[in-house]
Design a protein around this ligand. Structure first.
Ligand code: IPE
Ligand code: IPE
Ligand code: MG
Length: 249
C-alpha cells in the first residue's frame, strides 16, 4: 500500500480565513548552513532555497494570502565571495526566465524592491520582462527584495521628496506618512502583518525597516530550504494566537 503524502492544498481547518495575514514577508536564511549539513557546497543550498520560495508562493496563493515579499539579496550580500555572488545573480536570472510563464498563468503580479540599477544588465532585463508580463495580473502580489537595504530605501525616498520640495511641488508640512510611503519601493502594498525569519537568527538585517513598524515576528530554527507548507502552517497558527494591540490596551 502506498501512503499518499498530505498535500495541504486547501487552507488547513484550524486556520481562520478572516484572521490570516494579508501580507507575509520572509527573510530566507540558512541556505549555506543547510548545504553544509548535507555535505554540499553552499550553492546547492541556494538552489534548494529557490524551490522553497516557489512552494511558498504557490501556498500563499492557494490559501488566499494577498501579498508575499521575500528577501533574496541584501546590499550587504555583495561582500560575499565573488563566486557566490555570481552564482546567485545567475540563479535569479534563470529562475525568472523559467517561472515567468507560470506566474503569468497563475495571475501573480511580480515586482521588485531594491536598487536594481546596480544588478547585472542581463538580470535587469529579466526583471523588466517579468514585471511587464505580469503587471495586469491581479492575483497575489509577489515582491522580491533584490540588492535591497531598508536604510537605502528610506534615503532614496527622502531625496525624491526633497527634490519635490525644491521644485515647489510640495510644502515641507505636507510630508506625512502617506506621502512618504508613495516613495518607497513597496508603494501600494499594505505593510507586512507577519515577518518570518528562518534559521533561528533574531535580527532584521536591514529589511523593510519602515514597513515593519507593527509586523508580528516569527522566528523558526528551520533552515530555509526545509521551510515547507507544514512549517508555514505552524507560522500561521502562531500568528493567529497573537493579540495585535497596535498600542491599545
Ligand atoms: C540566505 O541564506 C540566502 C541569502 C542571503 C542570499 P544564507 O546564504 O545567508 O545561509 P547561511 O546564513 O550562510 O546559512
Ligand atoms: C539576510 O540574510 C539577507 C537575505 C536573506 C537576503 P543574511 O544571511 O545576509 O543576514 P545576516 O548577515 O546573517 O544578518
Ligand atoms: Mg545567512
Amino acid at each position: 500500500m502506498t501512503v499518499k503524502p498530505i498535500v495541504l492544498q486547501d487552507l488547513p481547518a484550524d486556520l481562520e480565513r478572516e484572521r490570516l495575514p494579508r501580507h507575509v514577508a520572509v527573510i530566507m536564511d540558512g541556505n549555506g548552513r543547510w548545504a553544509k549539513l548535507q555535505g554540499l557546497p553552499r550553492m546547492m543550498g541556494h538552489r534548494r532555497g529557490v524551490d522553497a520560495l516557489k512552494d511558498l508562493l504557490r501556498c500563499c496563493k492557494d490559501w488566499g494570502i494577498e501579498a508575499l515579499t521575500a528577501y533574496a539579496f541584501s546590499t550587504e550580500n555583495w561582500s560575499r565571495p565573488l563566486q557566490e555572488v555570481d552564482f546567485l545573480m545567475t540563479l535569479f536570472e534563470r529562475m525568472l526566465g523559467r517561472e515567468l510563464r507560470e506566474m503569468v498563468q497563475e495571475n501573480v503580479q511580480i515586482q521588485f524592491a531594491g536598487n536594481l540599477k546596480a544588478l547585472p544588465r542581463s538580470l535587469q532585463g529579466a526583471i523588466a520582462e517579468s514585471v511587464a508580463a505580469t503587471q495586469n495580473n491581479r492575483g497575489i502580489r509577489f515582491t522580491v527584495a533584490m540588492n535591497y537595504s531598508g536604510r537605502q530605501e528610506i534615503l532614496q525616498a527622502t531625496r525624491a521628496i526633497a527634490h519635490q520640495v525644491q521644485q515647489g511641488l510640495i510644502q515641507p508640512d505636507e510630508i506625512d506618512e502617506a506621502v512618504f510611503e508613495r516613495h518607497l519601493y513597496t508603494a501600494g502594498v499594505c505593510d507586512p502583518d507577519l515577518l518570518i525569519r528562518t534559521s533561528g537568527e533574531m535580527r532584521i538585517s536591514n529589511f523593510l525597516l519602515w514597513q515593519m513598524a507593527y509586523a508580528e515576528i516569527y522566528i523558526t530554527e528551520t533552515l530555509w530550504p526545509d521551510f515547507d507548507r507544514a512549517e508555514f502552517h505552524r507560522a500561521l497558527c502562531a500568528y493567529q494566537q497573537r493579540e495585535r494591540r497596535f498600542g491599545r490596551v
